[in-house]
Design a protein around this ligand. Structure first.
Ligand SMILES: [Zn+2]
Ligand SMILES: [Zn+2]
Length: 69
């Protein structure tokens, strides 16, 4: 699979990640890992895991996610 963002720029780069939001394939330059809070069901409540998980986003979705904050 080729990186979607690179393809738009006329380049062909092997993708190594898939965006968790839009599903686009992204190369190392266009993919970014962001922390994800992991929730687990515990009894009647919900607890949060001590260590954060990981979500891989393309540059577009990462910008959208951080710009909204
Ligand atoms: Zn790329
Ligand atoms: Zn995306």
């Amino acid at each position: 699979m080729q990186c979607f963002d690179c393809a738009e720029l006329g380049r062909e780069t092997a993708a190594l990640a898939v965006c968790a939001d839009c599903g686009a394939a992204a190369c190392a330059a266009h993919a970014a890992a962001v922390a994800r809070t992991v929730h687990r069901t515990a009894g009647l409540g919900r607890s949060t895991a001590h260590s954060a998980g990981r979500r891989l986003l393309c540059t577009h979705c990462r910008h959208a996610a951080t710009a909204a904050a």
